[in-house]
Design a protein around this ligand. Sequence first.
Ligand SMILES: *Cc1c(COP(=O)(O)O)cnc(C)c1O
Length: 430
Amino acid sequence: MNFYSLNKKAPNVSFKDAVIKGLAPDKGLYFPESITALEKDFFNHIEYFSNNEIAFEVIKQFVADEIPEKELKEIIAETLSFEFPVVELEENISTLELFHGPTMAFKDVGARFMARCFGYFNKEKTDTQVTVLVATSGDTGGAVASGFLGVEGVDVVILYPSGKVSDVQEKQLTTLGKNIKALEVNGTFDDCQAMVKKAFLDEDLKSYRNLTSANSINVARWLPQMFYFFFAYKQLKSKHKDLVFSVPSGNFGNICAGIMAQQLGLPVKQFIASTNVNDIVPEYLKTGIYSPKPSKQTISNAMDVGDPSNFIRIQEIYKNNDTTLKQHLSSYSFTDKETKEAMVKIKETSNYITDPHGAVGYLGLKEYFKENEGQGVFLETAHPVKFLDVVEPVLGETIEYPQQIKEVIHKEKHAEVISTYSELVSFLKK
Ligand SMILES: *Cc1c(COP(=O)(O)O)cnc(C)c1O
């Protein structure tokens, strides 16, 4: 299996090279050359497969021979060492809880899988030290830090916007030490992202450091996210209803993985990309005009993205045909006020606490069900404790720290403050 660049001006590469490079030399995102649907029999018997077995079936065509079967199965087992329960809230509405991993956000799966792939590829050549450089609006940083902690041959440098991530998120990315370094940027997430992009183009800097990214553009972070949708199907199959997934979306990596799962044959009626007021994609589906904007700050900050990088992959899946794309994908945006009201309503009617991102996903389902039917699942992409500063005042109650959070919350923060690109460069050259 090879991967091509969506800019079509770079050579095709193997899974390994796509993982190590992150972005193609022509700045395009990598995309698999072919997608082969899984056997009908697999779906007919999916309830007899363990999560690890499902994941292996789903990912193997993309990894091909680059990682031998035995090692790939080990990587999967380590990646998926927690639960992915579907919880029913209302008659046709369930939530898929993706927050049972070490940093309590769905990004743990992609980050852990990618880190272990790196670990495997690095075993072969121990002489090259790689630096993973990543900008985070909150959850990526923690998941990448935890996933890569202690991986040989890899340094991780995380840029996060000062004062714009929650306390729990900040602790998760600034307290681990070892091969993980945090840079607190005076600016927004977009500023962090811009610095990281500039660094990847900086030939001088690249002569000092082997830079790679760990955001959802990397195929090793993006593709494992397909697993969740299969796990949900396994749990809901006995209902014999058409599945509708609502995915709280920012960079559109998660929902794009869901659409890939559908390409592999997973029976899904519709995908809903639910966003906050950063509504680039909902607007595009309405008007046909794709117009990136600076991101606006919201209470669902992991989705404060003004130019979602993975949307281009969704367009590629549908061969750049807007009509087919719109048949399969709906998209709605919601304000912070609507999000808070939904959190309160879910608590009142189902006695369930969602984080702001999950609540946006719930709203997307409700909107879709005004005119359609199906078995709705919204992805609860993070545990509410990660957004305590929002959740507690909105619901008027305190939330207890789960074990994973207790372990980091009292640790000491270590971060270097930077304001400019040249400060980033001097840090990386040190
Ligand atoms: C990253 C994140 C999202 C957005 O996911 P994308 O793949 O970027 O669309 C949604 N919710 C939470 C909690 C996240 O951390």
